[in-house]
Ligand binder design. Structure first.
Ligand code: 5GP
Ligand code: MG
Ligand code: MG
Length: 175
């Protein structure tokens, strides 16, 4: 059990299960990208540990880059817009693997993938460590999924609660 600020979290996915699943995902990527040289696009901050552990298991030639997604309200009525920050290289003609920590409603990745596709990559697949299928509101083709989980709030292994809790080896769920 861990406490972060006012909330209590209980163990959910232990470190060894996470690492085992990452090995399986890496094996699949190594096979499917054996004759390619993908550009791995890591969505910060949440995916930093997942991406690091995944990358260490990749035996293919690949490049790794990092982006952030900034949310801002353009006007009060248009809701949240999302902007990709930090993508400096050309992705035209590249095989992209977008690495995320968690897909909840899918709004973030849906918008990110739309903006990336506008720049004409050769292909784009998504690798997410966690996926909450019952929370999904935007259609998304998730090619690599670590774990499908219930619609509950999780922290740890990169995922935060109010900026805290990213630095654990296990994943915890709100009690
Ligand atoms: P979406 O746009 O798919 O609804 O949500 C994407 C982002 O919301 C994730 O990248 C993550 O930052 C945050 N998020 C969604 N669900 C959770 C959760 O259960 N725990 C934490 N820590 N963040 C979450
Ligand atoms: Mg994220
Ligand atoms: Mg967060």
């Amino acid at each position: 059990m861990i406490t972060i600020k006012d909330k209590t979290f209980v163990p959910f996915i232990p470190a060894d299960a996470i690492q085992e699943r990452i090995q399986e995902l890496a094996k699949q990527i190594n096979q499917e990208y054996a004759d390619k040289r993908p550009l791995i696009v890591v969505v910060l901050n949440g995916a930093f540990l997942f991406a690091a552990d995944l990358a260490k298991q990749l035996t293919i030639a690949c490049e790794i880059t990092f982006i952030r997604v900034a949310s801002y309200a353009a006007t009060e009525s248009s809701g949240q817009l999302k902007q990709i920050l930090g993508l400096n290289e050309s992705i035209e003609g590249r095989d992209l693997i977008v690495v995320e920590d968690i897909v909840d409603t899918g709004f973030t990745l849906h918008e990110v993938c739309k903006q990336l596709r506008d720049k004409q990559p050769a292909s784009l697949t998504i690798a997410t460590l966690l996926f909450k299928p019952t929370a999904l509101k935007e259609p998304l083709d998730l090619h690599y999924v670590g774990f499908e989980i219930e619609n509950r709030f999780v922290v740890g292994y990169g995922l935060d609660y109010d900026g805290l809790g990213r630095n654990t080896q296990d994943i915890f769920v709100l009690a």
